[in-house]
Design a binder for this molecule. Structure first.
Ligand code: SF4
Length: 119
């Protein structure tokens, strides 16, 4: 997997932040949490949508991974993503929402199973 191969397949590696997180067959909730934690750590705090939104997402993932998740958290996360998308000063805000939106879109059933059965 490299930048050229992903471009040829009609996709992109983005920031490259996922690192080894995506070597698992499917992105689990704890894996997406790692990505959100990365963006949370990197957010400089200059603009409100990214500063607050990524912080909220990190707290929600922390709660889900700790076993206190609720199924409505998924729509709440997507709502936060909508409030960050296109409203932050630099690309970090938009990059931070990609793993959240993508994983919920493609693996919502796994999120729900994780929330229902716990970590
Ligand atoms: S989007 Fe960019 S400028 Fe805004 S808080 Fe995040 S890192 Fe800072």
């Amino acid at each position: 997997m490299d930048y050229e191969a992903m471009q040829k397949a009609g996709s992109a590696l983005g920031s490259g932040a996922p690192d080894r997180a995506w070597t698992r067959p499917r992105p689990s909730c704890p894996v997406v949490k790692r990505l959100v934690d990365f963006y949370h750590h990197e957010s400089c705090g200059k603009c409100t949508p990214c500063r607050e939104g990524v912080n909220w997402m990190a707290k929600i993932y922390e709660r889900i991974v700790a076993g206190g998740g609720r199924e409505q958290d998924l729509d709440l996360l997507l709502d936060i993503c909508d409030n960050i998308s296109g409203k932050s000063f630099c690309a970090l805000g938009d990059a931070a929402i990609v793993p959240v939106q993508s994983s919920i879109k493609h693996f919502r059933d796994e999120y729900i199973s994780y929330i229902r059965t716990g970590p």
